[in-house]
Design a protein around this ligand. Sequence first.
Ligand SMILES: Cc1cc2nc3c(=O)[nH]c(=O)nc-3n(C[C@H](O)[C@H](O)[C@H](O)COP(=O)(O)OP(=O)(O)OC[C@H]3O[C@@H](n4cnc5c(N)ncnc54)[C@H](O)[C@@H]3O)c2cc1C
Length: 564
Amino acid sequence: MKEEATFDAIVVGSGISGGWAAKELCDKGLKTLVLERGRSVEHLKDYPTAHLHPWQIPHRGRMSKAFLEENPLISKAAGFGSDNAHFFIRDQDHPYIQEKPFDWIRGYQVGGKSLTWGRACQRWSDFEFTAPQRFGYGIDWPIRYKDIAPWYTHVENFIGVCGNADGIEAMPDGEFLPPFQLNCVEAALQQSIKKNYPNRHLVQARWAHLTKPKEIHRQQGRGQCQARNLCMRGCPFGGYFSSVSSTLPWAQKTGKLTIRPHSVVHSILYDSQTQKASGVRIIDAETRQTIDFSARIIFVNASALNSNLILLNSRSSRFPNGLGNDSGLLGKYVAFHNYRASLHAEMPGFTDRYYFGRNPTDAIIANYRNLHTQDTDYLGGFTTFLGAYRSKGKLEAQSSGFGAEFKRAMTEPGPWQIYMYMQGETIPKASNHVRLSSDQTDPWGIPRLITSVGYDENDEKMTQDFLRESEAMLEKAGCTNIETHDNKQAPGLDIHEMGGVRMGRDPKTSVLNAHNQMHTVPNVFVTDGACMTSTGNQSPSLLYMALTARAVHHAAQELKAGHL
Ligand SMILES: Cc1cc2nc3c(=O)[nH]c(=O)nc-3n(C[C@H](O)[C@H](O)[C@H](O)COP(=O)(O)OP(=O)(O)OC[C@H]3O[C@@H](n4cnc5c(N)ncnc54)[C@H](O)[C@@H]3O)c2cc1C
């Protein structure tokens, strides 16, 4: 049978943002093609390790020496192990060029990184949307919190987010399912911070877990989170949100969706007569055939840097430097989250207390820096994630790692430990950029991406401030043996890369308008991390989903009005 080649809409990528684009487009009755470079992954069927015990997994979850030597980059990813390695790429299959060290973490399959993400889902506040303009860095966001708030609500209700309504100005409340509880040591730290720092708030963070599913979640075939904390293997209960368990099957049910795996998008095709994009060119990863698909609107959701790559590679006589790139800004102002700094401490006492189950969430201290005014010698803010747990056995017995004393110690809960880590804003700069290689291609003949992204003085100052302030908070709470770390990890390992196709008001200083629509190619929408004007300090994926739903709404209206 001949493959269908014409659709109302094409979505490039099937991860967190692409899944949302597909769902919203199909819900609006648009015949939608999702082009995904990786293999197919189906909910339940393709979670091969979901029910395995540690001893059933090769090397109990660790990777072999040979694998680590062959894959030094991807094996650094947070939580990566032999139980979930099948949801990540292999280094040698997907080469790129690091002009400066940049650990680009990727998951190329249907579902993208939605299968392995950490699920933290805080809303941005107006502090983040207005900071670049108030403090003079970057350009102004073309939207404010009020523009996106209804779309946050729309997304939260569908994906299911647990948390408390805490009433914190820097971390707006949303539509929450019941939260996971703080344990006794987290609660003690919360009280100490409340007493000593009236403007700092330690609360439970917000997470895309179904603690108490509602009808809309049951309609997706998802059930309650069992707190197994094995999420990165794919959840057989659908307890956390992924495209594979939620948005894609929902879109399938409308009868409007076609997902085409093994479709490596090469470029977006431009029609100089209509002055719009006419479709998308792919290379079939299995047959190596080049195939063109056409559509009235195109959503680019290949993840931030891949969306940059595709647009840069979409060259025509009208756009010789990449689609929509009249300003020359495409690929520039790439930023990320600074994840370098962490602390570890012991909390004396509480030894008669424990907790139940495996909590898949962390607590959070909402950003307390540079909110109303710039009160530090650096720009931007940071979020602090943290948690407390009991180690196994007396610490001194652990080091031996074998013997009767070690075994006995393993049956006893040890002292309470606390960890804290920073998720810091970085400041977009034109010099932090990606571009295409002029002489090296990937295995599909597509130019390799060159990453030229690094830290700056601002990041150094923020890192030191975070460590100083966090140490002081732990000391005041009575913690001992406080250790501070700056691991100096390369950008990229944070897995929150953003920018390059930023939103703004002026086509001279931005590529997208307030609806994520290209200023110069109005039927192309970019709604993944590439669109970000600044990084803020909150985990970004909830915002990508909300921006996507909002952009689809706009695109559908424009289509109906005959503007596209
Ligand atoms: C371990 C880990 C923890 C994380 N924790 C959090 C968290 O707690 N909170 C948070 O907000 N974010 C978190 N993230 C980041 C989050 O996963 C990403 O922000 C999110 O997945 C981005 O969505 P996306 O749709 O842009 O990209 P992805 O989900 O990566 O999807 C992109 C898709 O596009 C496909 N694709 C790429 N190039 C092409 C091409 N040329 N042609 C066709 N298809 C293509 C890919 O195969 C992929 O399926 C975490 C990520 C990881 C890995």
